[in-house]
Design a protein around this ligand. Structure first.
Ligand code: PLP
Length: 371
Protein backbone atom coordinates (compact mmCIF):
# COMPACT_ATOMS: atom_id res chain seq x y z
CA UNK A 1 0.00 0.00 0.00
CA UNK A 2 1.25 3.46 -0.79
CA UNK A 3 0.26 6.41 1.34
CA UNK A 4 0.21 10.11 0.53
CA UNK A 5 1.75 10.82 3.93
CA UNK A 6 3.75 12.31 5.50
CA UNK A 7 2.83 15.84 4.42
CA UNK A 8 5.73 18.19 3.88
CA UNK A 9 5.21 21.45 5.74
CA UNK A 10 5.06 24.62 3.62
CA UNK A 11 5.32 28.26 4.51
CA UNK A 12 1.79 29.42 3.67
CA UNK A 13 2.06 32.92 2.23
CA UNK A 14 -0.88 32.67 -0.15
CA UNK A 15 -4.48 33.93 0.08
CA UNK A 16 -5.30 31.23 2.68
CA UNK A 17 -5.02 28.95 4.48
CA UNK A 18 -2.49 30.83 6.60
CA UNK A 19 0.13 29.24 8.89
CA UNK A 20 -1.33 27.52 11.96
CA UNK A 21 0.50 27.92 15.27
CA UNK A 22 1.46 24.76 17.18
CA UNK A 23 -0.82 25.68 20.08
CA UNK A 24 -3.80 25.67 17.68
CA UNK A 25 -2.79 22.33 16.12
CA UNK A 26 -2.44 20.90 19.64
CA UNK A 27 -5.92 22.15 20.55
CA UNK A 28 -7.30 20.07 17.65
CA UNK A 29 -6.15 16.88 19.39
CA UNK A 30 -8.08 17.43 22.63
CA UNK A 31 -10.60 14.65 23.38
CA UNK A 32 -13.62 14.58 21.11
CA UNK A 33 -16.80 14.77 23.21
CA UNK A 34 -20.48 14.97 22.28
CA UNK A 35 -21.96 18.11 20.73
CA UNK A 36 -24.41 18.47 23.65
CA UNK A 37 -21.83 17.66 26.33
CA UNK A 38 -21.84 20.55 28.85
CA UNK A 39 -18.06 20.75 28.47
CA UNK A 40 -18.42 21.36 24.75
CA UNK A 41 -21.28 23.83 25.16
CA UNK A 42 -19.03 25.85 27.49
CA UNK A 43 -16.36 25.95 24.77
CA UNK A 44 -18.93 27.07 22.20
CA UNK A 45 -20.28 29.82 24.48
CA UNK A 46 -16.77 31.10 25.07
CA UNK A 47 -15.98 31.02 21.34
CA UNK A 48 -19.11 33.08 20.63
CA UNK A 49 -18.18 35.61 23.32
CA UNK A 50 -14.64 35.94 21.97
CA UNK A 51 -15.99 36.30 18.43
CA UNK A 52 -18.16 39.21 19.59
CA UNK A 53 -15.07 40.99 20.88
CA UNK A 54 -13.09 40.25 17.71
CA UNK A 55 -15.94 41.42 15.46
CA UNK A 56 -16.51 44.48 17.69
CA UNK A 57 -20.17 43.74 18.32
CA UNK A 58 -22.71 43.06 21.03
CA UNK A 59 -24.90 41.06 18.60
CA UNK A 60 -26.53 38.16 20.45
CA UNK A 61 -26.47 35.82 17.45
CA UNK A 62 -22.73 35.56 16.77
CA UNK A 63 -21.31 32.08 16.15
CA UNK A 64 -19.16 30.02 13.80
CA UNK A 65 -20.98 28.28 10.95
CA UNK A 66 -19.89 24.67 10.42
CA UNK A 67 -18.23 25.07 7.08
CA UNK A 68 -15.72 27.36 5.36
CA UNK A 69 -16.07 31.06 4.55
CA UNK A 70 -18.30 30.29 1.57
CA UNK A 71 -20.80 28.52 3.87
CA UNK A 72 -21.05 31.60 6.07
CA UNK A 73 -21.33 33.74 2.94
CA UNK A 74 -24.28 31.65 1.82
CA UNK A 75 -25.79 31.72 5.35
CA UNK A 76 -25.38 35.49 5.60
CA UNK A 77 -27.37 36.08 2.43
CA UNK A 78 -29.88 33.24 2.56
CA UNK A 79 -31.21 34.28 5.97
CA UNK A 80 -31.98 37.89 5.10
CA UNK A 81 -33.39 37.55 1.56
CA UNK A 82 -36.41 35.89 0.01
CA UNK A 83 -37.11 35.15 -3.65
CA UNK A 84 -37.88 38.35 -5.56
CA UNK A 85 -36.03 40.61 -3.09
CA UNK A 86 -33.86 43.30 -4.61
CA UNK A 87 -30.22 43.31 -3.52
CA UNK A 88 -27.42 45.70 -4.50
CA UNK A 89 -23.98 44.09 -4.66
CA UNK A 90 -20.62 45.75 -5.25
CA UNK A 91 -18.49 43.62 -7.57
CA UNK A 92 -14.80 44.52 -7.88
CA UNK A 93 -13.31 41.04 -7.70
CA UNK A 94 -14.04 37.34 -7.32
CA UNK A 95 -15.81 37.45 -3.98
CA UNK A 96 -18.27 40.21 -4.85
CA UNK A 97 -19.02 38.16 -7.97
CA UNK A 98 -19.64 35.11 -5.80
CA UNK A 99 -22.09 37.07 -3.63
CA UNK A 100 -24.00 38.12 -6.75
CA UNK A 101 -24.09 34.54 -8.04
CA UNK A 102 -25.40 33.25 -4.71
CA UNK A 103 -28.10 35.95 -4.61
CA UNK A 104 -29.17 35.07 -8.16
CA UNK A 105 -29.48 31.40 -7.19
CA UNK A 106 -31.65 32.47 -4.24
CA UNK A 107 -34.04 34.07 -6.73
CA UNK A 108 -33.15 37.68 -5.88
CA UNK A 109 -33.42 40.62 -8.23
CA UNK A 110 -29.69 41.38 -8.28
CA UNK A 111 -28.40 44.87 -9.08
CA UNK A 112 -24.62 44.65 -9.46
CA UNK A 113 -22.44 47.73 -9.31
CA UNK A 114 -19.12 47.05 -11.01
CA UNK A 115 -15.77 48.62 -10.32
CA UNK A 116 -12.46 47.92 -11.99
CA UNK A 117 -10.63 45.05 -10.25
CA UNK A 118 -8.12 46.43 -7.75
CA UNK A 119 -10.15 49.59 -7.11
CA UNK A 120 -12.56 50.21 -4.23
CA UNK A 121 -16.04 51.73 -4.41
CA UNK A 122 -16.43 55.36 -3.53
CA UNK A 123 -19.17 55.30 -0.89
CA UNK A 124 -20.93 58.12 -2.79
CA UNK A 125 -21.32 55.95 -5.85
CA UNK A 126 -22.99 53.10 -3.93
CA UNK A 127 -25.14 55.56 -1.99
CA UNK A 128 -26.27 57.08 -5.28
CA UNK A 129 -27.26 53.61 -6.58
CA UNK A 130 -29.17 52.90 -3.36
CA UNK A 131 -30.94 56.23 -3.79
CA UNK A 132 -32.27 54.91 -7.10
CA UNK A 133 -33.23 51.57 -5.48
CA UNK A 134 -34.80 52.49 -2.13
CA UNK A 135 -36.58 49.11 -2.14
CA UNK A 136 -33.24 47.24 -1.97
CA UNK A 137 -33.34 44.76 0.91
CA UNK A 138 -29.56 44.40 1.15
CA UNK A 139 -26.40 46.25 0.18
CA UNK A 140 -23.45 43.84 0.09
CA UNK A 141 -19.75 44.64 -0.24
CA UNK A 142 -16.45 42.85 0.34
CA UNK A 143 -14.29 44.53 3.00
CA UNK A 144 -11.04 42.80 2.01
CA UNK A 145 -11.16 41.61 -1.63
CA UNK A 146 -8.70 38.72 -1.53
CA UNK A 147 -8.60 38.46 -5.32
CA UNK A 148 -7.14 41.97 -5.71
CA UNK A 149 -5.83 43.21 -2.34
CA UNK A 150 -8.30 46.13 -2.23
CA UNK A 151 -9.45 47.46 1.17
CA UNK A 152 -13.01 48.82 0.99
CA UNK A 153 -13.91 51.71 3.36
CA UNK A 154 -17.14 50.89 5.24
CA UNK A 155 -17.95 53.72 7.61
CA UNK A 156 -19.91 56.09 5.33
CA UNK A 157 -21.83 53.21 3.79
CA UNK A 158 -22.88 51.90 7.20
CA UNK A 159 -23.98 55.32 8.37
CA UNK A 160 -26.11 55.85 5.26
CA UNK A 161 -27.65 52.39 5.17
CA UNK A 162 -28.54 52.44 8.89
CA UNK A 163 -30.97 55.26 8.14
CA UNK A 164 -32.84 53.19 5.53
CA UNK A 165 -34.68 49.85 5.42
CA UNK A 166 -31.75 48.25 3.57
CA UNK A 167 -29.45 45.88 5.49
CA UNK A 168 -25.66 46.28 5.24
CA UNK A 169 -23.97 42.92 4.58
CA UNK A 170 -20.16 42.74 4.59
CA UNK A 171 -17.69 39.98 3.68
CA UNK A 172 -14.94 40.14 6.32
CA UNK A 173 -13.34 36.78 5.52
CA UNK A 174 -9.86 38.21 4.95
CA UNK A 175 -10.19 41.20 7.29
CA UNK A 176 -11.28 39.69 10.64
CA UNK A 177 -8.26 39.55 12.95
CA UNK A 178 -6.01 41.39 10.47
CA UNK A 179 -7.48 44.90 10.18
CA UNK A 180 -10.29 46.50 12.23
CA UNK A 181 -13.77 45.27 11.30
CA UNK A 182 -15.81 47.06 14.03
CA UNK A 183 -19.22 45.65 13.19
CA UNK A 184 -21.19 47.90 15.57
CA UNK A 185 -19.22 51.09 14.92
CA UNK A 186 -19.53 50.59 11.14
CA UNK A 187 -23.28 49.83 11.47
CA UNK A 188 -22.90 46.46 9.75
CA UNK A 189 -26.01 44.25 9.91
CA UNK A 190 -24.55 40.96 8.72
CA UNK A 191 -20.85 40.08 8.69
CA UNK A 192 -19.19 36.75 8.02
CA UNK A 193 -15.63 35.50 8.03
CA UNK A 194 -13.50 32.35 7.91
CA UNK A 195 -11.02 30.74 10.28
CA UNK A 196 -8.17 30.18 7.84
CA UNK A 197 -7.16 33.73 6.98
CA UNK A 198 -6.14 36.29 9.63
CA UNK A 199 -7.40 34.19 12.55
CA UNK A 200 -4.71 31.58 11.85
CA UNK A 201 -6.90 28.49 12.35
CA UNK A 202 -7.35 25.67 9.80
CA UNK A 203 -10.29 25.95 7.37
CA UNK A 204 -13.55 24.46 8.64
CA UNK A 205 -15.48 27.07 10.64
CA UNK A 206 -16.79 30.46 9.58
CA UNK A 207 -17.78 33.22 12.04
CA UNK A 208 -21.11 34.95 11.39
CA UNK A 209 -22.99 37.73 13.18
CA UNK A 210 -26.46 39.30 12.79
CA UNK A 211 -27.55 42.73 14.13
CA UNK A 212 -30.92 43.48 15.77
CA UNK A 213 -32.12 44.81 12.41
CA UNK A 214 -31.06 41.60 10.69
CA UNK A 215 -32.75 39.50 13.39
CA UNK A 216 -35.98 41.47 12.93
CA UNK A 217 -35.78 40.75 9.20
CA UNK A 218 -35.26 37.04 9.91
CA UNK A 219 -38.22 36.94 12.32
CA UNK A 220 -40.53 38.60 9.80
CA UNK A 221 -39.77 36.26 6.89
CA UNK A 222 -42.77 35.24 4.81
CA UNK A 223 -41.23 31.82 4.16
CA UNK A 224 -38.44 29.87 5.89
CA UNK A 225 -34.81 30.23 4.85
CA UNK A 226 -34.21 28.35 1.60
CA UNK A 227 -31.32 26.44 3.24
CA UNK A 228 -32.24 24.12 6.11
CA UNK A 229 -28.60 23.60 7.14
CA UNK A 230 -27.81 27.32 7.28
CA UNK A 231 -31.15 28.53 8.72
CA UNK A 232 -30.23 31.00 11.48
CA UNK A 233 -33.56 30.49 13.26
CA UNK A 234 -32.84 26.75 13.61
CA UNK A 235 -29.16 27.30 14.36
CA UNK A 236 -29.98 29.80 17.12
CA UNK A 237 -31.71 27.02 19.05
CA UNK A 238 -28.40 25.15 19.16
CA UNK A 239 -25.74 27.87 19.38
CA UNK A 240 -27.73 30.46 21.34
CA UNK A 241 -26.79 30.82 24.99
CA UNK A 242 -29.66 30.16 27.37
CA UNK A 243 -31.59 28.27 24.70
CA UNK A 244 -32.66 24.68 25.17
CA UNK A 245 -29.80 23.51 22.94
CA UNK A 246 -31.68 21.38 20.53
CA UNK A 247 -29.76 19.11 18.18
CA UNK A 248 -29.52 20.64 14.72
CA UNK A 249 -26.33 19.19 13.27
CA UNK A 250 -23.16 17.73 14.77
CA UNK A 251 -20.75 20.61 15.30
CA UNK A 252 -17.12 19.99 14.26
CA UNK A 253 -16.05 19.54 17.90
CA UNK A 254 -12.27 19.58 17.46
CA UNK A 255 -12.34 22.52 15.07
CA UNK A 256 -14.20 24.44 17.77
CA UNK A 257 -11.28 23.76 20.15
CA UNK A 258 -8.90 25.03 17.49
CA UNK A 259 -10.92 28.20 16.89
CA UNK A 260 -11.09 28.77 20.64
CA UNK A 261 -7.31 28.54 20.92
CA UNK A 262 -6.88 30.84 17.90
CA UNK A 263 -9.16 33.44 19.51
CA UNK A 264 -7.31 33.16 22.83
CA UNK A 265 -4.10 33.89 20.89
CA UNK A 266 -5.76 36.91 19.25
CA UNK A 267 -6.72 38.36 22.63
CA UNK A 268 -3.40 37.57 24.26
CA UNK A 269 -1.72 39.62 21.57
CA UNK A 270 -4.45 42.27 21.70
CA UNK A 271 -6.43 43.45 18.69
CA UNK A 272 -4.60 46.77 18.30
CA UNK A 273 -1.18 45.09 18.47
CA UNK A 274 -2.32 42.49 15.98
CA UNK A 275 -3.55 45.10 13.51
CA UNK A 276 -0.25 46.96 13.98
CA UNK A 277 1.75 43.82 13.24
CA UNK A 278 -0.18 43.11 10.04
CA UNK A 279 0.22 46.73 8.95
CA UNK A 280 3.98 46.87 9.62
CA UNK A 281 4.83 43.61 7.96
CA UNK A 282 2.52 44.13 4.97
CA UNK A 283 3.72 47.66 4.26
CA UNK A 284 7.32 46.51 4.41
CA UNK A 285 6.68 43.66 1.95
CA UNK A 286 4.94 46.08 -0.43
CA UNK A 287 7.87 48.52 -0.35
CA UNK A 288 10.40 45.72 -0.88
CA UNK A 289 8.46 44.28 -3.83
CA UNK A 290 8.23 47.69 -5.52
CA UNK A 291 11.99 48.07 -5.06
CA UNK A 292 12.41 44.80 -6.97
CA UNK A 293 10.27 45.97 -9.92
CA UNK A 294 6.94 44.43 -8.90
CA UNK A 295 3.86 46.53 -9.59
CA UNK A 296 1.22 46.66 -6.86
CA UNK A 297 -2.23 45.82 -8.22
CA UNK A 298 -4.59 47.50 -5.77
CA UNK A 299 -5.43 51.19 -5.75
CA UNK A 300 -2.98 53.31 -3.79
CA UNK A 301 -4.34 54.34 -0.41
CA UNK A 302 -6.62 51.28 -0.30
CA UNK A 303 -4.14 48.42 -0.14
CA UNK A 304 -4.66 45.66 2.39
CA UNK A 305 -1.52 44.97 4.42
CA UNK A 306 -2.40 41.28 4.86
CA UNK A 307 -2.91 40.51 1.16
CA UNK A 308 -0.66 41.98 -1.50
CA UNK A 309 -1.41 41.45 -5.17
CA UNK A 310 1.53 42.40 -7.40
CA UNK A 311 2.47 41.94 -11.05
CA UNK A 312 5.88 40.37 -11.59
CA UNK A 313 8.74 42.51 -12.90
CA UNK A 314 9.04 42.85 -16.69
CA UNK A 315 5.68 41.15 -17.35
CA UNK A 316 7.13 37.73 -16.49
CA UNK A 317 4.89 34.69 -16.56
CA UNK A 318 4.00 34.05 -12.91
CA UNK A 319 3.05 30.36 -12.87
CA UNK A 320 6.49 28.72 -13.39
CA UNK A 321 8.08 31.01 -10.79
CA UNK A 322 5.30 30.33 -8.31
CA UNK A 323 5.83 26.60 -8.84
CA UNK A 324 9.58 26.99 -8.31
CA UNK A 325 8.92 28.89 -5.09
CA UNK A 326 6.91 25.90 -3.85
CA UNK A 327 9.25 23.16 -5.10
CA UNK A 328 12.58 24.72 -4.22
CA UNK A 329 11.72 26.84 -1.19
CA UNK A 330 8.54 25.26 0.23
CA UNK A 331 6.80 28.63 0.07
CA UNK A 332 3.24 28.93 -1.19
CA UNK A 333 1.91 32.14 -2.72
CA UNK A 334 -1.28 32.53 -4.79
CA UNK A 335 -1.67 33.24 -8.49
CA UNK A 336 -3.93 35.85 -10.04
CA UNK A 337 -7.63 35.38 -10.74
CA UNK A 338 -9.88 36.86 -13.43
CA UNK A 339 -8.34 39.72 -15.40
CA UNK A 340 -5.12 39.42 -13.37
CA UNK A 341 -4.56 35.73 -14.16
CA UNK A 342 -1.05 34.88 -15.36
CA UNK A 343 0.50 38.20 -14.34
CA UNK A 344 0.23 38.58 -10.58
CA UNK A 345 1.06 36.90 -7.33
CA UNK A 346 -1.14 37.21 -4.27
CA UNK A 347 0.97 37.17 -1.15
CA UNK A 348 -0.77 36.72 2.18
CA UNK A 349 0.83 37.76 5.46
CA UNK A 350 -2.00 36.64 7.67
CA UNK A 351 -2.35 35.62 11.30
CA UNK A 352 0.73 33.75 12.54
CA UNK A 353 2.24 34.24 9.06
CA UNK A 354 2.54 38.03 9.41
CA UNK A 355 6.16 38.21 10.58
CA UNK A 356 9.30 39.98 9.39
CA UNK A 357 11.11 36.61 9.33
CA UNK A 358 8.60 35.34 6.77
CA UNK A 359 9.08 38.47 4.66
CA UNK A 360 12.85 37.89 4.84
CA UNK A 361 12.44 34.28 3.77
CA UNK A 362 10.18 35.18 0.86
CA UNK A 363 12.40 38.03 -0.36
CA UNK A 364 15.52 35.85 -0.21
CA UNK A 365 13.76 33.22 -2.33
CA UNK A 366 12.48 35.83 -4.79
CA UNK A 367 15.97 37.31 -5.16
CA UNK A 368 17.35 33.89 -6.00
CA UNK A 369 14.53 33.05 -8.43
CA UNK A 370 14.53 36.35 -10.30
CA UNK A 371 18.32 36.59 -10.42
C1 PLP B 1 -11.50 33.00 1.17
C2 PLP B 1 -12.64 33.92 0.97
C3 PLP B 1 -13.98 33.49 0.91
C4 PLP B 1 -14.38 32.05 0.91
O1 PLP B 1 -13.90 31.34 1.97
P1 PLP B 1 -13.62 29.77 1.84
O2 PLP B 1 -13.11 29.46 3.19
O3 PLP B 1 -12.61 29.59 0.75
O4 PLP B 1 -14.89 29.09 1.54
C5 PLP B 1 -14.97 34.44 0.80
N1 PLP B 1 -14.67 35.76 0.73
C6 PLP B 1 -13.40 36.21 0.75
C7 PLP B 1 -13.12 37.68 0.66
C8 PLP B 1 -12.36 35.31 0.87
O5 PLP B 1 -11.09 35.74 0.89
Amino acid sequence: MTTPFPIRPRLLLGPGPSPVADRVLEALSRPTVGHLDPQFLAVMDDVNERLRRTFGTSNALTFPVSGTGSAAQEAALANVVEPGDKVVIGVNGVFGGRLAEMARRMGCDVVTVEEEWGRVFSPDRLIEVLGRHPDARVLAVVHAETSTGAWQPLEDLGTYVSGTDTLFLVDTVTSLGGVPVEVDRNRIDVAYSGTQKCLGVPPGLAPLTFSHRAMARIRSRRQPCQSWYLDAALLAAYVGEGSERRYHHTAPINMMYALHEGLVAVEEEGLEARYGRHLDVGRRLQAELVERGFELFAQEGHRLPQLTAAALPGGRDEAPLRRALLDRFDIEVGGGLGPAKGRIWRVGLMGAGATHENVDRLLAAIDELLD
